[in-house]
Design a protein around this ligand. Structure first.
Ligand SMILES: [Fe+2]
Length: 233
């Protein structure tokens, strides 16, 4: 355990991990600067300019038609280090479509855009810390990090806590993906159990008959069982 950190080495992704090329460009070269305390206390804005709507957590109902792909339910609880629920916290996600393409100007790899899928959603946890999304299972996509580089299917998550300064970002994967062994983002976590915390679990209880498979993904914000988060130092 490094006493200057709140987590054990290998359980959070390092800021610099050369096999993941982008970290070489963005990892800080100098010691980090403490943010003035008043910035840590900024409590707003949490929800952007638009109020939350009923389809914000259902990515299959945000357009006139249904998106193509395998419909899934993704649900779980946001918990603190003692396993207590973290209620009323904003959870956002973003992802590519079933073909592995983001609706983003920088993504121009040859896979189709789905006009019925934006790939972004948000919700707020309930009193038990529970969130739920309905979406489409994302595809794997090539990303140019190294020859024949493909990201395992994943969904990006952001959690806001009680202020912008407490925002945490991570990625959720799907069980038994053969690309784990080749993905330097996943592999940047040395601790096997920490890696597994990023992998959702198929859940027959969440699965809705004749409609959608369910995956459970609990998110632990701190402590020994913390979910790995990007950029945590
Ligand atoms: Fe991604």
């Amino acid at each position: 355990m490094d006493r200057s950190r709140s987590f054990e080495i290998g359980t959070q992704p390092p800021l610099l991990y050369p096999p993941y090329g982008s970290t070489v460009k963005r990892a800080p070269e100098r010691p980090l600067i403490q943010i003035p305390r008043q910035f840590n206390n900024l409590a707003a804005p949490l929800y952007g300019h638009l109020p939350m709507t009923g389809v914000d957590n259902d990515l299959t109902r945000q357009h006139d038609g249904e998106p193509l792909g395998e419909r899934i339910v993704v649900s779980g609880r946001v918990l603190d280090e003692d396993g207590r629920a973290v209620p009323h916290t904003l959870v956002e996600l973003w992802q590519c479509n079933a073909a592995g393409r983001y609706r983003h100007p920088r993504d121009n790899h040859p896979a189709p855009i789905d006009p019925n899928f934006s790939g972004a959603g948000r919700t707020v946890t309930d009193a038990d810390g529970r969130y739920e999304f309905v979406t489409i299972k994302p595809g794997a996509y090539p990303w140019g990090n190294h020859p024949n580089a493909w990201r395992p299917a994943h969904i990006h998550f952001s959690l806001f806590g009680h202020s912008i300064a407490s925002r945490l970002v991570t990625q959720m994967y799907f069980p038994n993906d053969p690309l784990f062994a080749y993905d330097p983002i996943y592999q940047s976590l040395r601790d096997e159990r920490a890696r597994e915390r990023l992998v959702s679990k198929f859940d027959i209880g969440l699965t809705r008959p004749d409609w959608a498979l369910g995956y459970r993904f609990d998110i632990v914000l701190r402590g020994r069982d913390s979910t790995p988060f990007e950029g945590r130092v």
